[in-house]
Design a protein around this ligand. Structure first.
Ligand code: UN1
Length: 509
């Protein structure tokens, strides 16, 4: 189905799985990537053995001194070239993302656009790795701070954004002077291979050595090797809270650095002052876009009593118009879930909703028949539920939207919204200034992302991306997220001919 795209992305070798540059090797078990779109096998890929992993580390260690010695703006030039190649390959890579992961082609293209955007951002950042200068309390002394590369950055990413989340990390880590080692999801290995191909070509064309960008392929065990590895200076991990807790504790035990972007349980609050047409658009895209498999997907809609019935009717109506099917067909709104395991989780969640007392307003089910051979296509669900239900408190990576009623003021809605373990994204739909500002104030949303009159998903790369509580606390992508990829150093220089001590301490010999 996408043979032409694979050819254009240069994916043809038989040994793909582990790479420190343009060449591929791999001694581990073979895993097969299959598409949730049509259930067909896409490619066989070699997972990385321990020996393969060691080779990757060796090359990364050899390369890191060379890469960090290249001036930052020149490193930015390499990332600029990478962004240009992505522009040229946008449709092929977007289609591969869509086919291997199952999101719509539009969203596949959007994901590649996110990569291009972060490359542009990182190029500018490469000339702006600023530290402060400060005035010393001692005469003829100067103080400043600077940022140095960390060394090796390990990137663990998830299937749902198989290329963009790596790119956020890769582009910034590279301009900051680090070499990178990537473990993509074992559910989307071909996307990882395609990205490595593109970047490795840029590096080779610039006569840069192997080991600046590497990928390994594998599952949890490979992730554990990376988390425990003292040679990896920063482990940046995106995925479930369960995975993040394991990575965090392993990295912390060696006092290493981690950057975590974990689960969300994102809500939109709909107040009596909301534009209900905009609300429907925002909620439906947030809940069913990417088949509810974004960490920013809208899971809960917290709706004021006064507008509850109207919102419910509008949503049921909108869900009735959703077309479910092949995500490469532009007519369809909702593609498949990633695999059968995800379908089982969805079905289990539907059972839990009902057993806890929830009511399905738009019922679910797995689609059968022509076009649904992969058995991964499910119907988006709307359920009336209470915020405290165990299932509502849990992130289910599927298109299930919980409708929750509130009475009283915006403060009551915020209390419900914040009453979950996760803290990634949040939104309020209102044209009332008091409500909007309350929501954004310190008494408002406790999430890393808080929006007014837009939904919970679809953040731009320019802002820092991440969340609080069980979302892990890390910030990636824009703003000053680059600082996580560098070590900070405070420098004091004495250009006098004596040694005055700070705090006025005297010490005479
Ligand atoms: C994720 O799901 O891990 O804000 C990332 C968004 C996208 C990124 C989501 N830009 O929905």
């Amino acid at each position: 189905m996408i043979r032409k795209e694979l050819k254009s992305l240069n994916i043809a070798s038989t040994k793909e799985g582990t790479s420190t540059g343009q060449h591929w090797f791999g001694e581990g078990e073979i895993l097969t990537s299959s598409s949730p779109v049509d259930g067909k096998d896409l490619k066989r890929v070699f997972s990385s053995s321990k020996q393969d992993y060691e080779q990757v580390l060796e090359k990364a260690i050899a390369a890191k001194g060379i890469w960090s010695s290249i001036p930052a703006p020149k490193r930015g030039e390499i990332v600029r070239q990478f962004g240009d190649r992505l522009r040229a390959q946008k449709s092929a890579l977007g289609k591969l993302v869509s086919y291997e992961m199952g999101k719509s082609y539009q969203e596949g293209l959007g994901e590649v656009q996110e990569m291009i955007d972060i490359c542009d951002f990182a190029v500018g950042q490469s000339r702006q790795l600023y530290g402060f200068t400060m005035h010393s309390e001692r005469p003829a002394h100067r103080m400043y701070e600077q940022y140095h590369p960390l060394g090796i950055v390990g990137i663990i990413s998830a299937f749902n954004f198989p290329v963009a989340v790596w790119a956020w990390n890769a582009a910034l880590a590279l301009v900051c002077g680090n070499v990178i080692i990537w473990k993509g999801s074992e559910k989307t290995p071909v996307c990882s291979i395609a990205c490595q191909m593109i970047l490795a070509e840029v590096l080779a064309d610039n006569d840069l050595p192997e080991g600046i960008s590497s990928i390994c392929t594998g599952g949890a065990e490979l992730g554990r090797w990376m988390a425990a590895d003292k040679r990896i200076d920063l482990v940046s991990a995106t995925g479930s809270t369960r995975m993040g807790k394991e990575v965090a504790s392993t990295v912390a035990a060696r006092l290493g650095k981690s950057l975590l972007e974990l689960g969300g349980n994102n809500a939109i609050i709909v107040t009596p002052h909301a534009d209900l047409k905009m609300t429907t658009m925002a909620a439906v895209f947030g809940a069913v876009g990417t088949a509810g498999q974004r960490c920013t997907s809208t899971r809960r809609l917290i709706v004021h009593n006064d507008v509850y019935d109207q919102v419910r009717t509008a949503l049921i109506d909108a869900y009735g118009q959703l077309k479910i099917g092949d995500p490469l067909d532009v007519e369809n709104h909702v593609g498949p879930l990633i695999d059968r395991q995800a379908v089982d989780n969805y079905l289990a969640a539907l059972e839990d909703i009902e057993s806890e007392g929830g009511r399905l307003l738009v019922a679910g089910g797995v689609l059968q028949g022509k076009g649904y051979e992969s058995k991964c296509y499910v119907k988006p669900v709307i359920a009336e539920a209470e915020n405290y239900y165990r299932i509502v408190q849990t992130e289910t990576f599927a298109p299930i939207l919980y409708l929750i009623r509130y009475e009283g003021t915006i403060a009551d809605a915020i209390a419900l919204q914040n009453d979950v373990a996760q803290g990634l994204s949040s939104a309020v739909m209102t044209n009332n200034l008091h409500e909007a500002e309350h929501f954004l104030s310190h008494r408002g949303s406790d999430c890393g992302i808080a929006n007014v009159n837009i939904g919970t998903s679809g953040a731009e790369i320019g802002g820092a991306f991440g969340g609080e509580k069980e979302t892990g606390g890390g910030r990636e992508s824009g703003s000053d997220a680059w600082k996580a990829y560098m070590r900070r150093q405070t420098n004091t220089i004495n250009y006098s001919d004596s040694i005055p001590l700070a705090q006025g301490i005297t010490f005479n010999l």
